[in-house]
Design a protein around this ligand. Structure first.
Ligand code: UDP
Ligand code: GLC
Length: 384
């Protein structure tokens, strides 16, 4: 399985959702290598999966370079970017396929492909829209994709539509929904809460990394209107959003919520934490490209409340597998949380439906099979 020599490229050393997908994609691909712009937990996890690692000498800190940064701000970095392109071109020579797992990785890999041409896959985990990227960045991504990508894999219809809307060629796009699995957990929610030191009483949770567009502040605002409801905020600022993390903590203090809201930081036991809560809230204020935590909660049998944008309405089948609320609307979110906490009868069938939908549509096996097929077809094309 997976005998191709693939050069996987990512710009970050941190492990966000896109990198968790990459870790599943590389499993069993020991002939392949990973090129990272910087060292970090991702490098360690890839090495554990027996990939050969190449860490750029020039890429450190680029993942903190904000996605909305103005193009001009990149100019002093130009020398480093050129050096990374050269490293990538050299690395590509020893591989049959290049697989870029982030937009920064793709842009530089596409430029490197001008010197060393290999079939180039862009696994695009983002929504290319003004909410997420500046105009110059969008033009550059789409122009390079149309000129150099052999395939663009996206996790949802929403991500596909945004790419095409931005000018990307429709025929490049392959929709491969993310695949998720959760380890079995025999303990009950009450037992889990006790073992995790979580309080009794109604408890909601949010599991996204801390970033303004993930909208944790909207949930905090909603909690102010929900006396007696506790909340765990799981996740940390992974990509240069430390100021937002500090603002959130400040907001909790200012609103007198310190005894009800707990910041747990980045955790490696998300499945357990999810099974211990009463509601999983996904409050992104910009369209979510996929949202792994939605499916994780569906698999965990926990009610989901998500904002009605990006991939969430698809994942939740327009509200059949969870509750949809308008983005950036704290009162509406508060009402939805109360309604779910009241435990209406309809919730039981919604949860059963959500779990079976997640297992059927968003399995790791299904995702890996689809990606394997993309790689195989593209190699056949290259050989023809
Ligand atoms: N996650 C985690 N620890 C945390 C917070 C999040 O392991 O403290 C995981 C979460 O379970 C999910 C992933 O990180 O699998 C985040 O992926 P998602 O697609 O929801 O969002 P992203 O951060 O990639 O935009
Ligand atoms: C990105 C997106 C997230 C998606 C993940 C994996 O980080 O923000 O929505 O689930 O990639 O594709």
């Amino acid at each position: 399985m997976g005998s191709e020599r693939i050069l996987f490229v990512d710009h970050t050393g941190q492990i966000g959702g896109a990198e968790l997908i990459l870790l599943d994609v590389v499993a069993g691909r020991e002939n392949s290598s990973a090129f990272l712009f910087e060292d970090g937990p991702l490098a360690k996890a890839l090495a554990e999966r027996k990939l050969k690692l190449i860490i750029s000498r020039w890429g450190h800190g680029l993942s903190q370079f904000r996605r909305d940064s103005k193009w001009l701000a990149a100019v002093p970095l130009a020398g480093r970017l050129i050096a990374i392109v050269e490293e990538l071109a050299i690395a590509a020579q020893a591989h049959e396929v290049v697989y870029a797992n982030s937009q920064k990785a793709f842009v530089l890999a596409a430029i490197a492909s001008l010197f060393v041409r290999r079939p180039l896959i862009w696994h695009l985990h983002d929504i290319i829209s003004p909410a997420h990227f500046g105009a110059m960045q969008r033009r550059m991504q789409v122009m390079l994709a149309n000129a150099r990508a052999t395939k663009v894999i996206v996790p949802s219809q929403a991500a596909a539509a945004a790419f095409i809307e931005a000018g990307g060629k429709r025929e490049l796009v392959e929709i491969v929904p993310n695949g998720l699995a959760l380890p079995p957990e025999p303990r009950t929610a009450a037992e889990l809460r006790q073992s995790l030191g979580l309080p009794d009483g109604p408890l909601v949770g949010v599991f996204s990394r801390l970033a303004a567009w993930k909208g944790q502040h909207v949930l905090i605002a909603a909690l102010a209107a929900l006396p007696g409801v506790g909340c765990i905020v799981v996740g940390d600022a992974l990509f240069g959003e430390q100021a937002y993390a500090a603002e959130l903590k400040q907001m909790v203090l200012q609103r007198g919520l310190a005894d009800r809201v707990r910041f747990l930081g980045h955790r490696s036991d998300v499945p357990k934490l999810m099974k211990a809560i009463d509601v999983m809230v996904h409050p992104s204020i910009d369209p979510e490209p996929f949202g792994r935590t939605l499916v994780e909660a569906m698999l965990a049998g926990v009610p989901v409340i998500a904002t009605n944008a990006g991939a969430a309405p698809d994942l939740l089948e327009g509200g059949r597998a969870g509750t949809l609320v308008p983005p950036n609307d704290a009162p509406a979110l508060a009402r939805a949380i109360s309604a779910v906490l009241e435990g209406p009868d309809a919730l039981r069938s919604q949860l059963a439906y959500a779990a079976s939908r997640a297992q059927a549509q968003y399995s790791v096996t299904r995702m890996l099979e689809a990606i394997r097929l993309v790689i195989r077809k593209l190699q056949a094309g290259a050989a023809a």
